[in-house]
Design a protein around this ligand. Sequence first.
Ligand code: NAD
Length: 481
Amino acid sequence: MRIPNLIDGRITNPIGDKWLDVYAPASGHVYASLAESDSEDVEAAVVAAEKAFPGWSNTTIAERSAILMKIAAAIESNLDLLAEAESKDNGKPITLAMKVDIPRAAENFRFFAHAITQFSSESHESIGLQTINYTLRQSVGIVGCISPWNLPLYLFTWKIAPALAAGNCVIAKPSEITPVTANILGKLCLEAGLPKGVLNIINGSGAYAGQAIISHPKIKAISFTGGTKTGAQIAATAAPLFKKLSLELGGKNPNIIFADCDYDKMLKTTLRSSFSNQGQICLCGSRIFVERSIYNQFKTDLVKAVKSLKVGNPSDSSTDIGALVSLAHKDKVKSYIDLASQEGGAVLCGGESVSVPDLERGYYLSPCVIEVKSNSCRLNQEEIFGPVVTLMPFDSEEEALNLANEVPYGLSASIWTNHLKRSMRMSEKLQSGIVWVNTWMQRDLRTPFGGMKDSGVGREGGLEALRFFTEAKNICINYSE
Ligand code: NAD
């Protein structure tokens, strides 16, 4: 299978005719070649987007909304195809792709199809001065959307749906590790009536295709989701070009468990928040802090539950943990597990390569729980982004708060307690963009989404995303004689 680019409504091979291998993580085999695009391909996409922009930005809200709704419906009617492609490309269990990734991609389009009809701007009357100000929120122009491999179609659509709804033309780049569903989506968008040149998909590596997008002077805004180091590099390139930037970056999220919580619900959710998608979700709770009075009980129960998770073929519906996304990533995760003994930690379970019958070259790792001695160790300070969680006890609310906040990241946090005032005090003081109380990853798409500290800059989601993908212009009219 070849995965070229989508430029000006046409499937287009990369100008330099260079191709990258795409691996199926479940089997470890190459199964596709991907266009390795560079600045020439990005230039062609910019030319197409420039041509399409006047028409698309002047298309009525009702028409834009109707096209986005058709795209949502097309994603839904291709659920099986897209879920199978996502699972094969990423290694995630097919059940997760069917229940979460693909439905959410459709929901992203449906949500922004509605949201744009409710997007309004302000007017300010200067009383006594016969002056009125009103705000125009106009499309930015050509915008760049760059997404990672962990939730490929889910995050790709999370960016392009609001960008398109707000009347922009988009140059989008999925991760070179998981490009397949974005490629299918490109075709569905054209079939749904999205005019040519409005969505251009450029494939390839970050170093070439990604860098060409972020450094192109005509691409006026960049919405990026990925690692913190890449985010810093993107900011360094884009800032002197005065681009609007939204950076959704890494996390090292605390999961804080008090003795007074609803224990069974907490344990079940903690299993999910630790290991869903092989722990490769930016919102996974990777540092678990437990009140000392229930620490030993929790440790025993968690380890027992983790040992019952089935690691296996992602296409098997009974699989809980599929393959990690790549061999390089598996090696990185493994290197952190190997650090445990050097840092005085104890591996309580998992962390071993698993050989799945008939898929012996796949990238499988058993889910791992590590008890650490201190929050300052690398295992607790650096993002591992795999099926690994650490455990530590705490004695007081204040100590839990300090442990949670003593980390460079600030994406999300979970608190488990039935003490209302404590949950509110903690929520106020936690340094993170999202706080979940007695739940995890319960998303309402109207809410602002993003991180503090090294987890990012800016917010997406709901009207925040539409604000990001528009320029606010103030018009001031004096109507005195
Ligand atoms: P990554 O930073 O390696 O790559 C992300 C994307 O950026 C890819 O498409 C890649 O090709 C591109 N890229 C790489 N270098 C680039 C450059 N110099 N210029 C432009 N584009 C470039 O991240 P990844 O390994 O794909 O994803 C994992 C990371 O993403 C984790 O750190 C995870 O926490 C983070 N993430 C964050 C969120 C969030 O919402 N905050 C969500 C999901 C994943």
